[in-house]
Design a protein around this ligand. Structure first.
Ligand code: HEC
Ligand code: HEC
Length: 218
């Protein structure tokens, strides 16, 4: 039961029941339009981009599975005080991210977060991954696979790792552990134009679970 309750499919529902209402989600959808968020983010799945040109035309990351990907509390806080996630400008291979993402007031952020948490993907299996430091996951992330070459992470108070992928510092409070696994297993579902190598086939499913559990402790 615990497993089920904390699984990703029910998270949006729980979040809505815990003080948020469907009215907030509807209000959030409205704010999303009036603030032109949809000028840079699309919110209806499945993934639309098919070619590299489609990817390059996007001005921001897709949000159609935001409710499966993010943790509600992180989303609410980030919308009020956005911090840089991708160290490079979106779709750029060398320009630093200039930052300055649109900010929302607290009441708007709560509604937009409630709206985004209703957007889920049924490919994400709930309750499979629990955050857990484990030596195998750590070894895969740091050494056996090139994850750390592209992603920043924190190790004993130091920020290490590469800059070409989104930073995974704080991924444990930002990402849903079950989404991390779903993404590693089937990246094309979420990002059909691949900017990250596909590890399905290179890693055993058990090892993917271990590395997802490890990343979820960041
Ligand atoms: C000019 C284009 C643009 C507009 C307008 C815009 N965003 Fe963004 N958004 C981005 C980019 C680029 C990023 C990636 C930022 C980063 O990685 O640091 C982003 C990141 C995000 C993220 C995190 C997504 C992820 O996968 O990391 C959320 C949530 C988000 N935006 C919501 C919103 C909302 C809500 C609005 C309207 C108030 C909005 N955005 C307006 C371009 C935009
Ligand atoms: C060659 C560089 C590269 C390598 C190696 C790599 N990644 Fe990535 N990763 C990326 C990029 C780029 C993205 C963003 C994908 C996109 O938007 O298309 C990403 C996205 C992610 C995300 C989602 C982050 C977010 O906020 O959206 C996670 C989690 C992740 N990678 C984990 C891993 C793990 C675990 C490994 C090792 C098994 C790994 N990555 C190896 C480049 C890489």
């Amino acid at each position: 039961m615990r497993k089920l309750l904390f699984g990703s499919a029910l998270l949006p529902l729980l979040w809505l029941m815990s003080g948020q209402t469907w009215a907030d989600a509807a209000g959030g959808a409205e704010i999303f339009k009036t603030k032109d968020c949809n000028g840079c983010h699309y919110t209806e799945g499945p993934a639309k981009e098919k070619t590299i040109e489609d990817q390059l035309a996007k001005k921001g990351p897709e949000l159609w599975y935001a409710g499966s990907k993010f943790q509600a509390q992180w989303l609410d806080a980030w919308l009020q005080d956005p911090q840089i996630i991708r160290l490079l400008e979106y779709n750029s291979l060398d320009q630093p991210n200039p930052g300055g993402h649109a900010k929302l007031a607290a009441d708007e952020a709560a509604q937009v977060a409630a709206f985004l948490m209703t957007l889920t993907s049924d490919v994400v299996v709930a309750g499979k991954v629990k955050p857990k430091s484990n030596p195998k996951g750590k070894l895969i992330f740091k050494k056996k696979m090139p994850c750390s070459g592209c992603h920043q992470y924190e190790d004993r108070g130091k920020i290490l790792g590469g800059k070409s992928g989104p930073s995974l510092v704080g991924a444990g409070t930002r990402l849903n552990p079950d989404w991390i696994l779903a993404y590693l297993k089937n990246p094309a579902e979420f990002k059909p134009v691949k900017m990250m190598p596909v590890f399905a086939g290179l890693m055993k499913e058990k090892d993917m679970e271990k590395v997802a559990a490890h990343v979820a402790t960041f």
